[in-house]
Design a binder for this molecule. Structure first.
Ligand SMILES: [Zn+2]
Length: 141
């Protein structure tokens, strides 16, 4: 009986330590992800930008900039300049909220193309975009 409880004690201790480790890993993950994104980004690269002044898509060389003012929240981005000299930014950290994806016309076009490529016949746009295929399908039915 005593031996049993000792084993149980050890088990409990192990479970507790494991849980604490998982919690701390979870807490550190956003920070680790940011640091990894920053260190795996090249110092400079050719990338696509959106120039807010010209309202145009623009590719060019982006230079990595890192900000560590907030120790727990390092941020990084690429800076480039459009042919007219306007500053353009692409995010390295916080990619998910990069305004580029909302503003870029090229990205919007790609989204439309993707949507059209994944179109199914029950979508009303299918009939407009693929009239021949639609007719064939209807004939089979
Ligand atoms: Zn510009």
């Amino acid at each position: 009986m005593k031996k049993q409880s000792l084993i149980q004690k050890l088990k409990n201790r192990y479970d507790k330590a494991r849980e604490a480790r998982l919690v701390s890993e979870d807490k550190d993950k956003p920070f680790k992800d940011r640091v990894e994104a920053i260190f795996t980004a090249p110092r400079w690269c050719n990338t696509d930008f959106w120039c807010d002044e010209c309202k145009k898509d623009c590719s060019g060389t982006g230079f990595r900039q890192v900000c560590t003012v907030r120790e727990k929240l390092p941020t990084a981005w690429f800076v480039g300049y459009c042919p007219k000299g306007h500053k353009m930014v692409r995010r390295i950290t916080d990619k998910g909220t990069d305004p580029y994806y909302e503003k870029s016309l090229m990205i919007q076009r790609q989204r439309y193309e993707m949507r059209d490529a994944l179109l199914t016949p029950d979508d009303s746009r299918f009939r407009v975009l693929y009239p021949k295929q639609y007719k064939e399908l209807m004939a089979k039915k």
